[in-house]
Design a protein. Structure first.
Length: 105
């Protein structure tokens, strides 16, 4: 083999190794960039999810408060109705007791 051929082969080999290394470095950089982007996307998704959860939590709390107020109002009306219905009976009973006591004297 001529000397020039060996040198050409070595140069080609060196060039090929450099290109392979360069391709490897570029691939590693792309992988790192993709991982970085994935982390950023993940953080954005987590932040949006957190906001949605907080919003739903507030809505649930407000809805629950309204339901509780509604139930309390209904209970208050029921209690007023019961008192209104019971008052005449209580008054009658008191009058009867007072009458019985005064008749005994």
């Amino acid at each position: 083999m001529p000397k020039g051929s060996i040198e050409e082969i070595k140069k080609a080999e060196t060039t090929a190794i450099k290109k392979i290394q360069q391709a490897k470095n570029e691939a590693e950089k792309e992988i790192l960039d993709a991982e970085k982007q994935a982390l950023q996307d993940r953080n954005i998704i987590l932040e949006e999810t957190k906001k949605q959860i907080e919003s739903l939590k507030k809505e649930t709390i407000q809805s629950t408060k309204k339901e509780v107020e509604k139930i309390l109002d209904e209970n208050e009306k029921i209690i007023k109705d019961i008192k209104a219905q019971a008052t005449p009976h209580i008054n009658e009973s008191v009058e009867r007791i007072v009458k019985e006591i005064t008749e005994e004297d």
